[in-house]
Design a protein around this ligand. Sequence first.
Ligand code: ADP
Ligand code: ZN
Length: 221
Amino acid sequence: MRVILLGAPGSGKGTVAEGLRSAYGFPKISTGDLLRAAVRERTPLGLKAESQMGKGGLVDDATVLALLGERLAREDCRDGYTLDGFPRNIAQAESLEALGATGPEVVFDLHVGEDVIFRRLTNRRTCPSCEAIYHVINKPPKKEGTCDVCGTALVQRADDKPEVIAERLKTHHAKTEPLIARYTAKGTLHRIDAGQTAEATIAEVRKVLDAVRDKTARSQD
Ligand code: ADP
Ligand code: ZN
């Protein structure tokens, strides 16, 4: 199964992807995480991506595709994966289709209001080493300022500043929202209320995936 998570910044794509990884073992493929790793490692691709990310725009498709293609070619993606943050525009959706992957595709539109988005993102802290996500009020780490998973000092992402959040939302409306019509027409889109708790949102997503899985299994009998 190939799961695609659409949704504005702060809609909970990373959290849902993590939930699906622990429930089904699907690797979480986040182009944001891949890009931030490239920036940290100061690779040529990372150096190119950094300025766009800081402004809240999209990194160019060729850079993102190069990183993604490498990641999807790895063994753990053979039976399925969750894409978090890709595709983010029509051209990327076309590139993904051109890869010709098999297995059912299930797309979720994680829907949430902008007031909730601002509250989530300004309170978000992330681990720069393992990309674990925290929220200073709703999901604080056990030891203040420290990642529960790997012990690294938590940071506020450079693009989680209010002025960059506003730009990221604009980019989302302009570039990513048009994908909703595309996947609706394909019949693979499911809209989810992502303003609920993480547990409730993940449960709703899993209900859809379990139904798709049952249907696929039946049609193979
Ligand atoms: P969010 O969804 O909260 O904005 P991400 O971690 O997914 O966070 O993305 C952070 C930044 O990385 C984006 O603002 C954008 O600049 C870049 N980025 C991530 N994925 C893509 C993509 N598929 N195409 C282009 N740029 C991307
Ligand atoms: Zn960590």
